[in-house]
Design a protein around this ligand. Structure first.
Ligand code: SF4
Ligand code: SF4
Length: 142
């Protein structure tokens, strides 16, 4: 923060944490993303081919007047952030992908692979696993 632009902004850049994640390649990867999106305040976006998870949570140092409470000692990541290339405008439409709900990534996965994420496994397979877990070699049926 610090430019003239910042004076007209409610500190959009201080209200989230975004972390790059591996690009999903397997059903398990997509299922993990689906799990992220089941949590409040979590979004996933893709920018220039890179995948990010974003946690929408306000910095504890942000003051009520939308100014930084630790400006002189703010972290380097905040110092490096430039208003010329920032979140002042709603940039959601600039992302290649933007997911806010698990259903969206389920649809994305199905469109790309023709498969369904999160479908219940066949009963027999689940029973087999349960039996193996208990150390038996054969599936016992009722
Ligand atoms: S989002 Fe941009 S304009 Fe707003 S406070 Fe941050 S750097 Fe300034
Ligand atoms: S430390 Fe200051 S500049 Fe950095 S995110 Fe928090 S309020 Fe914003």
């Amino acid at each position: 923060m610090g430019s003239v632009l910042c004076e007209h902004c409610s500190a959009a850049c201080c209200r989230y944490v975004a972390i790059e994640i591996d690009k999903p390649t397997s059903a398990r990867d997509y299922d993990d993303i689906r799990w992220y999106l089941m949590h409040e305040g979590v979004v996933i976006f893709v920018e220039e081919g890179d995948w990010f998870v974003q946690f929408r949570t306000k910095c504890k140092n942000l003051r009520a007047d939308n100014m930084c409470g630790v400006y002189e000692t703010r972290p380097q990541i905040c110092r490096d952030y430039k208003a010329e290339d920032c979140d002042y405008c709603d940039v959601e439409q600039n992302y290649e992908e933007f997911f806010t709900h698990a259903k969206q990534v389920e649809a994305y996965y199905t469109k790309r692979t023709g498969k369904v994420l999160g479908a219940p496994k066949p009963l027999r397979s689940r029973l087999t696993k349960k039996v193996r877990k208990h150390g038996k070699s054969k599936l016992s049926t009722v």
